[in-house]
Design a binder for this molecule. Sequence first.
Ligand code: 1GP
Length: 254
Amino acid sequence: MKEKIHNAFLNTRTNGTKAFAVLIDPDKVVDDAYCLRIINMSIENKIDFFFVGGSLITGDNFSQIVRLIKQECHIPVVLFPGSNMYIEPTADAILFLSLISGRNPDLLIGQHVVAAPVLKRSNLEVLSTGYILVNAGNQTTVSYMSNTTPIPYDKSSVAACTAIAGEMLGLKLIYLDAGSGAEQPISSRMISMVRKSVDVPLIVGGGIDNRHKAARVLEAGADVIVVGNGIEKNPELLIEVAELTESYNQKLRV
Ligand code: 1GP
């Protein structure tokens, strides 16, 4: 069983370090030049992971983007699929998402059954992930597309109990997501309560569009921070979040 990428996630939790994942949504990639710019910035700033995916992909460049990243660098590429249609075998790993905040059986187990034999034949490392959507103000594409009700913004204990159940079910990662382009990131209180409730690595994303919000999310307890939309609007944010993450990790080294 391949464990390399899982171990990279686990190290954050074990060592108390922070990791930074840049999300590339294929629909937002205007051309290869833009993608190469983000890849080069990611190499220079030593980001930890690329997440590639989106809850609704209308273009046909998904595989091409994964291959371009793999061709240019050694940063792990983790698929973040909106559905079982988005499996690209040249990536390193896939977040095998179970939408545990929702009650849509197709996203709890249905799509997984369809994807399982394909994944079994691939070399992708499969990372079972408890995916928890939180309502952070606006309805995001993911909450609409998933046909589920996200956890209310102020119901931290519901999020914590959901995460505990996910961990008890054997899921290896918990991903707390406000959804791409959310009005605000998930509250510090919710992040901190979920982090204290489980031992598996905690990924947090959605609505982190400036350095200040990134700092708040990391401070609250995210082990892995995901930024997509904010970088699409302002690519320099990639440098700022990478510096922030590195400054946390440096403090641990002294
Ligand atoms: C969305 O967590 C990711 O699923 C990232 O969100 O695009 O808002 O950064 P943003």
